[in-house]
Design a protein around this ligand. Structure first.
Ligand SMILES: NC(=O)C1=CN([C@@H]2O[C@H](COP(=O)(O)OP(=O)(O)OC[C@H]3O[C@@H](n4cnc5c(N)ncnc54)[C@H](OP(=O)(O)O)[C@@H]3O)[C@@H](O)[C@H]2O)C=CC1
Ligand SMILES: O=C(O)CCC(=O)C(=O)O
Length: 424
């Protein structure tokens, strides 16, 4: 497949640079004018806040928090909240833009946003995390809202944190507002299927991708980096469909088993072991860097950004990469993977199952009604399959890799909507 040379990249690689490279390439192919470029390039809103939190030792610590709304052209902004030591404004800007493109790729009526706090949730007590989340919510009362900006979980956050956010926002508004946030616990207006949704979308993309490559799932092998919300469910669902998951990992290391890892056992293990794979005996420990270069049919990076970069891309031996994480592949690595004939299913398609079910959660909250798990699965699988086929067809039409095709699909939709709305 032809490779469109992206504009030159500066020395360093980072998520924002990588996002802009793909954006620029797709933009040039579409031949849009400069006005549209500026509108889609510059985030609509960027909020940076200092968050004073009383720690368990009685001292006050100040955390830095962010929320970036990249675009609300397609609808209210939507995107997760990340608690991680690496969170910074540039990262949040890239993640917010990815949300705009992602929502457009799966055709749901949302713009893109992302937020985060620079903190280490692994070293904080539940009480400290709760005070941090409530303080963050207080500072964002004028930003969040069911028709303005709707947060959700991301790295380091989950249903518990979303419940605190919903409660704090509701108290400030003097009424219960379920639809201000998604990814909530089921009893609090959460949706069936949201916890596994992102991993499920990864599984659907992997199966459709295998079909395209004529790989039989029952003979296929897979390696999964990251065993949190996305990685663990992607591994479980692929395992349930006959794929042999030979390696998994988290920050404590990588675990390899030629015969296939018992994913159910690994999930039970992490549940009892503070969400960690440390000490897991279902596979031999290998160098975490080697997990990415194993000879497998499917590689699922589901941990963090920039793990497949210029230096290790030449060593990747998977037939297909399905990006559970946001931004796991740098722009420089794209070209190498493409030259090697590896099918890369890009993040803005592959991990869109999460926001799709978030959309269902928001719809249910607004209807005051609950859908069954079966209905959620059926509808989200359909969204993912249709989006995959749309991007795949675009990649054939424009003779570009699926990543650039996904940006083309997204940019077209956002630009068309902008033209109709006008009046800016
Ligand atoms: N949650 C969601 O619905 C969505 C998430 N994503 C993206 O998926 C990725 C993962 O998110 P999510 O699963 O929610 O996050 P979690 O915090 O639930 O899990 C992250 C996982 O990655 C592991 N990890 C962190 N650093 C490394 C490393 N250096 N090597 C190997 N493993 C590592 C963590 O290990 P440990 O637990 O030991 O720290 C953990 O297992 C992120 O890029 C996120 O933006 C995308 C779409 C939706
Ligand atoms: O569920 C959502 O609204 C957003 C999830 C998210 O942050 C993502 O897809 O990266």
């Amino acid at each position: 497949m032809a490779y469109i040379e992206p504009a030159p990249i500066k020395d360093t690689e980072n998520p924002l640079e990588s996002m802009m490279q793909r954006f620029n390439t797709a933009f040039e192919l579409l031949g849009f004018d400069e006005e549209m470029y500026d509108i889609l390039k510059v985030p609509a809103k960027q909020v940076v806040v200092g968050l004073p939190v009383t720690m368990d030792n009685g001292k006050i610590k100040i955390f830095e928090g962010y929320r970036v709304i990249h675009s609300n052209i397609l609808g209210p902004a939507k995107g997760g909240l990340r608690f991680d030591p690496g969170v910074n404004l540039n990262e949040v800007k890239a993640l917010a833009a990815w949300m705009t493109w992602k929502c457009a790729v799966v055709d749901i009526p949302y713009g893109g946003a992302k937020g985060g706090v620079t903190c280490n949730p692994r070293e904080m007590s539940a009480g400290e995390l709760e005070r941090l989340m409530r303080t963050y919510t207080q500072t964002m009362l004028g930003v969040f809202g069911p028709d303005r900006d709707i947060p959700a979980p991301d790295m380091g956050t989950g249903p518990r944190e979303m419940a605190w956010l919903m409660d704090e926002y509701s108290k400030a508004n003097g009424m219960t507002v379920h639809s201000v946030v998604t990814g909530k616990p089921l009893v609090l207006g959460g949706s069936e299927g949201r916890v596994e949704a992102t991993g499920r979308g990864v599984m659907v993309c992997a199966l459709v991708g295998m079909e395209k490559l004529r790989v039989n799932p029952y003979h296929a092998t897979c390696a999964v980096q990251g065993f949190g919300n996305v990685g663990s469910h992607a591994a479980r669902l692929l395992h349930e469909r006959g794929v042999k998951v030979v390696a998994i990992s988290d920050v404590t290391g990588a675990y390899y088993n030629k015969k296939g890892i018992d994913i159910k056992a690994a999930m039970e293990y992490t549940e009892k072991n503070n969400r960690s794979l440390a000490g897991f005996k279902g596979g031999e420990k290998i160098d975490p860097a080697d997990l990415l270069t194993l000879e497998v049919d499917v590689l699922v990076p589901a941990a963090m950004e920039d793990v497949i970069v210029e230096t290790n891309a030449p060593k990747i031996r998977a037939k297909m990469i399905v990006e559970g994480a946001n931004g796991p592949t740098s722009a420089k690595a794209d070209k190498i993977l493409n030259e090697k004939g590896i099918l890369a299913v890009p993040d803005i398609l592959a991990n869109a199952g999460g926001v799709s079910v978030s959309y269902f959660e928001w719809v249910q909250n607004r209807l005051g009604y609950k859908w069954t798990a079966e209905r959620i699965k059926r509808r989200s699988d359909r969204i993912m399959k249709e989006a995959f086929e749309r991007v795949y067809a675009t990649s054939l039409e424009y003779k570009v890799p699926m990543r650039i095709a996904a940006y083309i699909v997204a940019l077209k939709k956002v630009a068309d909507t902008y033209q109709f709305r006008g009046g800016y």
